[in-house]
Design a binder for this molecule. Structure first.
Ligand code: ATP
Length: 247
């Protein structure tokens, strides 16, 4: 079969010279896949995504070992913006919109790495609005005054403006009502099906993530303790007991 789009090989992360947080994490994202990275608070999900998109801070003593291949090329020495140019972008946990900018201005900041002109950017803005009609209605609103759901949509929309083929999505459900979580996962599903965007999604909401993902990895204490097709994980008794709250 074809080589995976993204391969993470035995990543270790040490924070601040001493705190070993990832103890050898390996995972794969196939082209066109939706992969869930699951685990409790503090298991290392965010750290894994940051290691991939090179957002850890070497100057503060964060050390990353292992290697990462993307499109068949080793990328673990590339800067976050070089990765964005190659098509890989992270949507951070907590959304990080520019509160003082409007929704539309926030979306346009996502196009900063692009070298193609205004027309293509306008077309992509319309495309983002077609997936998130709510953002079009609210486009002149200051992002800091919009709802949590609108800010999450803005963060995903802004990532789309870089024309990515891979989005690392950190905890999209955080702080959102169940209906909105479902709305966001539906849009992720459509972006995946229509545009072929591949997703690696870190989630504590195991139930929702496994409904939309093809494959899942479970992280405990900095190690992958289980992985498999989403439907298999949903039926697994340990997953049910510890992660789905079904007993
Ligand atoms: P969450 O859902 O809370 O983001 P997570 O699974 O994403 O959980 P991480 O945020 O990756 O977990 O954190 C993993 C561990 O690393 C935690 O014990 C956390 O306290 C620790 N940690 C995270 N960032 C730092 C840092 N900058 N310096 C030191 N320790 C950190």
């Amino acid at each position: 079969s074809a080589a995976p789009l993204l391969t993470v090989n035995n990543i270790e992360v040490i924070y601040n010279h001493v705190i070993l947080v990832l103890k050898g994490v390996s995972l794969q994202l196939p082209k066109g896949g939706i992969v869930a990275l699951l685990g409790a608070n503090g298991a290392g999900k965010t750290t894994t995504l940051k290691a991939i998109s090179n957002l850890l801070r070497a100057e503060r003593g964060d050390i990353t070992k292992g290697h990462i291949d993307y499109h068949g090329e080793r990328v673990d020495q590339l800067s976050p913006s070089a990765l964005v140019k190659k098509g890989l972008i992270q949507v951070m946990e907590g959304r990080h919109c520019f509160g003082h900018l409007t929704i539309e201005e926030n979306l346009l900041t996502g196009a900063y790495t692009r070298s193609d002109g205004g027309k293509a950017i306008d077309q992509d803005l319309e495309k983002v609005y077609s997936y998130f009609p709510r953002l079009k209605v609210r486009r002149k609103s200051q992002a800091g005054y919009t709802s949590g759901g609108e800010q999450q949509m803005t963060a995903i929309g802004r990532a789309l403006m870089s024309n990515p083929d891979t989005i690392l999505l950190d905890e999209p459900s955080m702080g959102l009502a169940p209906q909105l979580v479902e709305e966001i996962f539906e849009i992720v599903h459509r972006l995946n099906k229509d545009m072929g965007v591949s997703f690696l999604i870190a989630e504590q909401n195991t139930n929702m993530a496994l409904r939309y993902a093809d494959y899942g990895y479970i992280l405990e204490n900095g190690r992958i303790v289980m992985d498999g097709p989403a439907e298999k994980l949903r039926e697994n008794s340990d997953v049910k007991e510890f992660y789905l709250g079904l007993g």
